[in-house]
Ligand binder design. Structure first.
Ligand SMILES: Nc1ncnc2c1ncn2[C@@H]1O[C@H](COP(=O)(O)OP(=O)(O)O)[C@@H](O)[C@H]1O
Ligand SMILES: N[C@@H](CCC(=O)OP(=O)(O)O)C(=O)O
Length: 369
């Protein structure tokens, strides 16, 4: 089997799939939510579920669905109007998904997340439990960013990134991004002369590719899809980027669009969280020997190699590890409070009282950057 077909085969047979649907595939400026398109997507998702897969839906479209009912003529630019449109549109969106899946006797549950929710371990675990229980109860989770309370500073940025995060949250085996474009082109297809890239197996496949902005309703355009696809694929989840109008084929044979091959070694959900989702609460400054131990030899971090500590953090928080030049080299879950570490810096483990004789960051909780 070639690399090309093996990625598509992995996506076609994935046991657990996150399907992200962009605003442009569900809504239009003039008429709002397109129920016909939404029904066709629900048909494709239901048939994948009947074939034995678990599916979590990340649905954009709240802002898009709120524009027409509020009498607005274009996608709002200011935060307050966007949030007002999202509050109107999210209600319509969730209701439409509920009605559409009810045709199959399938129940849906709405899950609205902010970036802050998944930056904190307890909330991350809560979201994980909710999604897991919905799956166990055979309901479809319809996830979106909680736009009405997300502030400019605390946003996922776009739902492509949210979908990549959710794929890890639910330990999905594949991520399918459905949009109004049928895949990744080497340039903006609206400008003409662009060629479809069927497969991305290495960073070189992206040399010279220009990922442009989106349509009137989309948020991040192709640039955000590309960065989310790479985020997921680099941490072990294969990705298919396809047109929502091809959803039936995308979710059965995965024979359309652009497939992104996953790096073979999958990052665990915990390490993914440490690396991409968690907020860091402080910094551990390492000497050159400690950098070598942690980065090259993949060892746990011991107090002897720490020269200074900044920030107020507690055991269990995520901290950044920097080298002597101040450049971050890793992130990890620290085992001690900042105040405890102050007393331990530079001391060999054997000199410390027995209750402090453990790594400051265990290798299992450490992610190299
Ligand atoms: N290199 C590219 N390949 C494919 N599409 C591109 C590219 N550059 C820009 N685009 C545009 O990105 C759009 C999709 O992004 P966006 O509107 O944000 O979609 P969504 O609402 O699905 O998130 C497409 O309609 C396409 O015109
Ligand atoms: N949360 C927003 C969508 C944000 C977003 O990323 O949109 P899109 O680029 O269409 O996937 C909404 O529901 O309108």
């Amino acid at each position: 089997m070639t690399a090309v077909s093996s990625t598509r085969a992995q996506i076609a047979t994935a046991r657990s799939v996150v399907v992200k649907i962009g605003s442009s595939a569900l809504t239009s400026l003039e008429t709002g939510l397109d129920r016909g398109k939404l029904d066709a997507l629900a048909d494709a998702i239901e048939s994948r579920m009947r074939a034995g897969s678990d599916v979590v839906v990340v649905s954009s479209g709240a802002v898009g669905a709120g524009i027409a009912p509020l009498g607005l003529s274009k996608r709002p630019r200011d935060l307050a109007t966007k949030q007002a449109a999202a509050s109107v549109g999210q209600l319509a969106l969730a209701h439409a998904w509920g009605t559409s899946f009810a045709r199959y006797g399938r129940t849906v549950g709405q899950v609205l997340l902010t970036a802050d929710d998944i930056a904190r371990r307890t909330q991350y675990r809560n979201a994980q439990r909710t999604l897991d229980r919905l799956r166990a109860l055979h309901a479809v989770a319809i996830v979106n960013e909680n736009d009405t309370v997300a502030t400019a500073e605390l946003r996922f940025g776009d739902n492509d990134r949210l979908a990549a995060m959710v794929a890890h949250l639910v330990s999905a085996d594949a991520l399918v991004l459905l949009s109004d474009v049928d895949g990744l082109y080497d340039g903006d297809p609206r400008k003409g002369g662009a060629t479809l890239i069927p497969e991305v197996t290495s960073p070189e496949d992206l040399d010279g590719v220009v990922a442009g902005s989106g349509g009137a309703l989309g948020t991040g355009g192709m640039a955000s899809k590309l960065s989310a696809a790479r985020l997921a694929a680099d941490s072990g989840v294969p990705v298919l980027l396809a047109a929502a109008s091809d959803a039936a084929e995308a979710l059965s044979g995965a024979g359309v669009g652009t497939a992104f091959a996953a790096r073979p070694a999958r990052l665990s959900a915990r390490k993914f969280w440490v690396r991409h989702a968690a907020d860091t609460q402080g910094v551990l400054h390492l000497d050159a020997g400690a950098v070598r131990a942690v980065v090259d030899r993949r060892r746990s971090l011991l107090p002897a190699g720490i020269t200074a500590v900044t920030g107020r953090f507690y055991g269990g928080d995520v901290v950044s590890l920097t080298g002597p030049d101040g450049v971050p080299v890793a992130r990890g879950v620290v085992a001690f409070d900042a105040a405890e570490l102050d007393e331990m810096l530079g001391r060999s483990t054997m000199e410390l009282p027995s209750e402090l004789q453990r790594p400051v960051v265990h290798a299992d909780d450490l992610v190299r950057l």
